[in-house]
Design a protein around this ligand. Structure first.
Ligand SMILES: [Zn+2]
Length: 97
């Protein structure tokens, strides 16, 4: 289960957690929460890799791991839509650079 559906996108804000994307190996030491800038990643939070745009989640040690099918199934359709829009936006931002 995702537990808490707060979503973090890894771009700007510094934090004290260093981990790598389980898909592409991109080293992550920063994140930018979607809604509240003071929100810190917590175990079970979802995360979009800013390099390969894969959707991952934090485990209990705040390392990123791939989502299980059960995790994917537990994401509400509205949130999934929002995630897809964010990924789209991230891709467009990257292309602008
Ligand atoms: Zn990645």
């Amino acid at each position: 289960m995702m537990g808490n559906c707060a979503l973090h996108v890894l771009i700007i804000t510094n934090m004290n957690v260093k981990t790598t994307c389980p898909k592409c190996g991109y080293e992550i030491d920063s994140h930018s929460p979607l809604t509240d800038p003071t929100v810190k990643p917590e175990p079970g939070n979802a995360n979009i890799c800013s390099n390969c745009y894969s959707l991952n989640k934090y485990n209990s040690k705040l390392e990123l791991v791939q989502l299980t099918q059960e995790d994917l199934d537990s994401i509400p359709p509205e949130l999934m839509l929002e995630i897809e829009m964010i990924i789209d936006k991230l891709k467009r931002n990257k292309n602008d650079n």
